[in-house]
Design a protein around this ligand. Structure first.
Ligand SMILES: Nc1ncnc2c1ncn2[C@@H]1O[C@H](COP(=O)(O)OP(=O)(O)OP(=O)(O)O)[C@@H](O)[C@H]1O
Ligand SMILES: O=P(O)(O)OC[C@H]1O[C@H](OP(=O)(O)OP(=O)(O)O)[C@H](O)[C@@H]1O
Length: 239
């Protein structure tokens, strides 16, 4: 039996993941044609590369279909209820940095903080008869954050892409989305609310707590030794 390692199948995350492993002596490569999602691993015996969408890796880890997986820490926290029961963080990889933030139009001069948003939301509801709409694909993380900060008078509207455009399109009054350079927010005349972001994300190597480790345990020891990371004693059933 081999250890299955899930890595994003395209884009920056794939390339930077390949570079991160290569720098530690594990060579990942795509095999077959450019469009074929097959891969190979050199450097440690018994590792099988599984190329997957970054957004599917949390579910595959939680289902135990892959033993290790690279994806954004935001996607794990958003996708998996009680994520720490399903996966363990083995290494923060130092790329794929992005902040999940709340933003409102720059023209909302009285709204700079979550407290201001709370007040604006109450006023909005009184005036319009419906709750202020926040567009996002990060429903779980945004709900938890707003609950923790006592903001209740809002509704989430689902936006799976081009979220910053929802305000111009009059389908939302505020957004919660990932930003790295801030260019998309600036281009859409939005400003980030002050205070800590909802989440600071980066690419992270996760281990499944729910995969069958019985035969993959020895391979894990070789992988973590090669990568120079401490083998997590906290991955059941490795205890
Ligand atoms: N502008 C950005 N800068 C840096 N990281 C980003 C940016 N936008 C998204 N990310 C991060 O990249 C990850 C998502 O990667 P990607 O966009 O490849 O996934 P996806 O769109 O779900 O993939 P797929 O289209 O295959 O389903 C998330 O962890 C997110 O935090
Ligand atoms: O701060 P910036 O560097 O401008 O990056 C932020 C943008 O990047 C992501 O979008 P992505 O490109 O993944 O497309 P999406 O709209 O489909 O989510 C995110 O949703 C923002 O729209």
């Amino acid at each position: 039996m081999t250890l299955k390692l899930g890595v994003p199948s395209k884009g920056r995350l794939m390339e930077q993941s390949f570079d991160w492993f290569a720098a530690r002596g594990l060579t990942l490569s795509r095999t077959g044609s450019a469009r074929e999602y097959a891969g190979a691993v050199d450097g440690v015996d018994g590792v099988e590369l599984v190329l997957l969408s970054a957004s599917e890796i949390p579910r595959e880890l939680a289902a135990g279909r892959i033993h290790l997986g690279v994806t954004g820490s935001d996607l794990v926290r958003e996708t998996l209820p009680d994520w720490a029961a399903s996966v363990a963080e083995l290494a923060q990889m130092g790329f794929g940095h992005a902040d999940l933030i709340l933003a409102v139009p720059v023209t909302w001069v009285d709204v700079e903080t979550l407290d201001d948003l709370d007040a604006a939301a109450a006023a909005f509801r009184a005036r319009h008869g419906f709750r202020l709409r926040i567009a996002t694909k990060y429903h779980r993380l945004v709900r938890e954050h707003l609950r923790a900060h006592g903001v209740a008078d809002y509704q989430l509207v689902d936006s799976q892409g081009a979220t910053e455009g929802t305000i111009r399109n009059l389908t939302a009054e505020a957004v919660a989305d990932i930003t790295s350079t801030g260019e998309t927010l600036r281009a859409n005349h939005l400003k980030i609310l002050k205070g800590a972001p909802v989440h600071q994300s980066q690419a992270t190597l996760f281990a499944s707590r729910l995969a069958d480790w019985s035969d993959a345990r020895a391979v894990l020891a070789r992988v973590t030794s090669q990568l120079g990371i401490g083998q997590s004693d906290s991955i059941p059933p490795l205890l």
